[in-house]
Design a protein around this ligand. Structure first.
Ligand code: XBP
Ligand code: MG
Length: 265
């Protein structure tokens, strides 16, 4: 039985990457006098590396202006990352990034039905706060039974740690939960923790395959190319993804034993 929805943040709650984090990284490079800029396409490639600081360190491996010593590189990555997060928070506070269509509706449906909402993300906790304080108001935390971000789960997706910690905090078995994700690394993290996954495709992962997901759609409010796992029977012509549909799919998916066995952390 479905007891909790565990939401990813970047790309799932909101389209934060291209016009949020990427823009903020580029402004941070500029402010520190660095000639680096990440194009829309290059940033898409870099999303294979989860975690903003880790992404910076990865990119520095091929940058002429990066300091050669490891300690100085790490210090620069930490400085850039903190500055980027401050710029990102300002950008979000100005109203630059809205929740994706249907997110608020599904959060409200869950609250009304007693299904817990939670968060499992590799993003910094300050970024979750910036996004959700703007979108849901200053008391946004009260809507969530657990919030697991980068500081609580330092091993980032595709590592299952964030999902394992969220399930533990909710005192629920992974199979009683459903993850909502947008990226292959996110789907890998949730399935490795034994949590079934609904994918809402985001701009950067519009063409990804997502094998193993319970269902894959375009938007919660406009499912578009809805694809259900072969273990699920029934139509795939839903006009919107609502809690009723998720409960029915989740019950079938669990019954078919389709969620992977959780791995140890
Ligand atoms: C996405 C990420 C993050 C963000 C940037 O996380 O990998 O690194 O791109 O945030 P998710 P930080 O999809 O799990 O929400 O700079 O704070 O890492
Ligand atoms: Mg994501």
């Amino acid at each position: 039985m479905l007891h909790a929805l565990i939401w990813d943040v970047d790309g799932t709650l909101a389209e934060t990457e291209r016009d949020g984090h990427r823009v903020a990284f580029n402004t941070a490079f500029q402010r520190l006098g660095l000639p680096w800029r990440w194009s829309v396409q290059r940033y898409g490639e870099l999303l294979a590396v989860t975690g903003g600081r880790e992404r910076l360190l990865h990119d520095m491996q091929s940058r002429a202006h990066a300091p050669p010593q490891r300690e100085r590189r790490e210090a620069l990555a930490a400085e850039l990352h903190q500055l980027k997060n401050r710029i990102y928070a300002d950008l979000v506070a100005e109203g630059g990034i809205a929740l994706r269509p249907g997110v608020l509706r599904l959060l409200d449906e869950c609250a009304a039905a007693g299904v817990v909402s939670a968060i499992a993300t590799t993003t910094s906790e300050a970024n979750i706060d910036a996004l959700l304080a703007r979108a849901l108001g200053p008391h946004w935390r009260g809507r969530f039974g657990a919030v697991v971000g980068a500081e609580s789960a330092p091993r980032k997706k595709p590592d299952p740690l964030a999902y394992r910690l969220a399930c533990e905090a909710l005192a629920l078995a992974p199979a009683q939960c459903l993850a909502i994700e947008d990226s292959p690394n996110g789907v890998a993290a949730a399935t490795a923790a034994g949590v079934p996954v609904l994918v809402t495709r985001s701009a950067y992962f519009a063409q990804a395959a997502f094998a193993g997901a319970m269902a894959v759609c375009d938007e919660l409010d406009a499912p578009g190319r809805l694809r259900l796992h072969p273990a699920l029977s029934g139509g795939n012509d839903a006009q919107a993804i609502d809690l009723g549909a998720l409960r029915a799919w989740h019950a079938q998916f669990a019954g078919a034993g389709s969620a992977q066995t959780p791995v140890a952390i």
